[in-house]
Ligand binder design. Structure first.
Ligand SMILES: [Zn+2]
Length: 123
């Protein structure tokens, strides 16, 4: 895996957006949210407090529970340089895309990828 100074990009939950989506769906507490998402209560509450990065199961569950929210609505990518990057302003135009732009090569990566698919082509 390509790394720089041992750091890799990570995905963070947009806590405010996630809470808003939950409230809009009538999920007022993390127990209800966990039940709806089908994941553990502790996983939800930790992610909500920013204690852990959301894992792929959390991401998949959230996007399934809130089909009107896109990946970039609920999550953001923190690059290996600590810069926040996301695809919100770089959509493909059909309105259905989700994913994140690599800060190094600009490739639009699938949301489930944590490391750029074109990492091998980075110089
Ligand atoms: Zn890249």
């Amino acid at each position: 895996m390509h790394t720089r100074d041992g750091a890799v990009p990570r995905i963070a939950l947009r806590v405010d957006e996630f809470s808003q989506a939950c409230r809009a769906a009538g999920l007022d507490n993390s127990t209800a949210r966990a039940k709806r998402l089908g994941i553990r209560h502790t996983t939800v509450s930790r992610a909500e407090r920013g204690r852990t990065d959301p894992g792929v199961r959390f991401i998949a569950a959230a996007l399934t529970a809130f089909p009107d929210r896109k990946f970039e609505d609920l999550f953001e990518v923190i690059g290996s340089d600590g810069q926040r990057t996301h695809a919100r302003d770089n959509e493909r135009g059909d309105g259905s895309t989700s994913g994140w732009l690599c800060p190094e090569c600009g490739h639009l990566n699938a949301p489930e990828l944590v490391v750029c698919a074109k990492t091998a082509e980075h110089d």
